[in-house]
Design a protein around this ligand. Structure first.
Ligand code: NAD
Length: 330
């Protein structure tokens, strides 16, 4: 792609992932980070925002709306940004709590007449299904939306799609992730959404837990969450990409909320039968030094760049991380 001027990108949600996204974007020449929103406000500067300033303001005062001079308070920060500011594409680093939240935000974009590119790091199959139902509306609105573009779903789902090419039939895709974070408060939505997968919990129950209740719960598990047979959209994405039926995809992992060290090496194993009858397994393992933030936000912007290329060619609608190759953002 010939990018004459840097792409103007925004980040919606300024928690753990949103802040990491800001830091990842800063050294990039092809993208300028111009916009960010949290629950209580937004910041916009078309020449580029300063991540240190926004992050310290967010921690000290609770909202980037306090940033002087680029901050604005609003209890409809997303709506205000999309109606008034020029942005080529957004990474939606928002909590999907309730499970319909991202689909509701998408409907907001469609209704506003905004045209551009959206990328999310959604996790649940049922959340991605809601977006699939919006495919036609997105196409008519002139929006190119790439869903499931984090680590899992995202990087590992795309890797599984590539690994599948060696086989005549794919028998099993097994994703195992290890996440280590120093404290759960840095990623409140991620941890609440993970708790929602545990036996006895659901999204509503996890959403309703106060911070003190989450802390008490994590005290009981020594800060560890062990997740098995999760409802994860890698399954529907691989089914839609024609790799295998969704019941052949399993996702689980271990999250340590008290140490940045990963409790296990994140990997995807793709087992299948080759054209000449051999059964084999490809394994793709992420480096242990790479954080969740690196493995989610890196792909998200790679897919955002790919989405902007599609948009410029007049290709709109909904795509998943398993059907489009991410581009590398310089
Ligand atoms: P977080 O709780 O740290 O931050 C959420 C941010 O969103 C906050 O800044 C909050 O103010 C803002 N926000 C909430 N409601 C808003 C609204 N209505 N308007 C504007 N801003 C609003 O979240 P996080 O831990 O960074 O997680 C973000 C999402 O990323 C979660 O849904 C999580 O599941 C997902 N995630 C995906 C992957 C993956 O690999 N696919 C991995 C990790 C996290």
């Amino acid at each position: 792609m010939n990018i004459n001027s840097a792409l103007k990108v925004g980040v919606l949600g300024f928690g753990g992932l949103g802040q990491a996204a800001a830091r990842i974007l800063t050294p990039k020449q092809e993208m300028t980070w111009v916009a960010a929103a949290d629950l209580k406000g937004y910041s916009y500067c078309e020449r580029g925002l300063d991540p240190d300033k926004l992050i310290s303001t967010y921690h000290e005062k609770g909202s980037i709306g306090y940033c002087d001079p680029y901050g604005t308070f609003s209890n409809k920060s997303i709506q205000d940004l999309l109606e008034t500011k020029a942005v080529d594409g957004y990474f939606l680093a928002l909590p999907n709590l309730p499970n319909t939240f991202m689909a509701d935000v998408t409907k907001q974009f469609v209704a506003s007449g905004w045209r551009g590119v959206l990328v999310d790091a959604l996790k649940r199959t049922s959340a991605v299904e809601q977006l699939l139902n919006l495919k036609d509306e997105l196409a008519q609105a002139g929006i190119t939306y790439l869903t499931g573009c984090g680590a899992t779903p995202g990087l590992l789902t795309a890797a599984a799609t590539i690994a599948a090419q060696s086989y005549a039939e794919v028998h099993h895709v097994r994703i195992s992730f290890g996440v280590g974070i120093a404290n759960w408060e840095a990623y409140r939505a991620t941890i609440r959404e993970d708790i929602a997968h545990l036996p006895g919990f659901d999204v509503e129950k996890a959403k309703g837990m106060s911070d003190a209740e989450v802390k008490t719960f994590l005290d009981k598990t020594n800060g560890i969450l062990t997740l098995e047979n999760m409802e994860h959209a890698d399954d529907i994405m691989l089914e839609l990409a024609g790799v295998c039926a969704r019941d052949r995809v399993t996702v689980g992992g271990v999250v340590n909320t008290r140490s940045p060290k990963k409790p296990l090496s994140t990997n995807v194993q793709v087992t299948g039968r080759t054209f000449d009858g051999k059964i084999s397994t490809h394994t793709f393992t992420l480096g242990d030094e790479t954080s969740m933030a690196a493995n989610v936000c890196g792909p998200a912007f790679g897919y955002l760049k790919a989405g902007i290329e599609l948009h410029r060619r007049g290709i709109y609608g909904l795509f998943t991380a398993a059907e489009i190759m991410p581009k590398f953002v310089k």
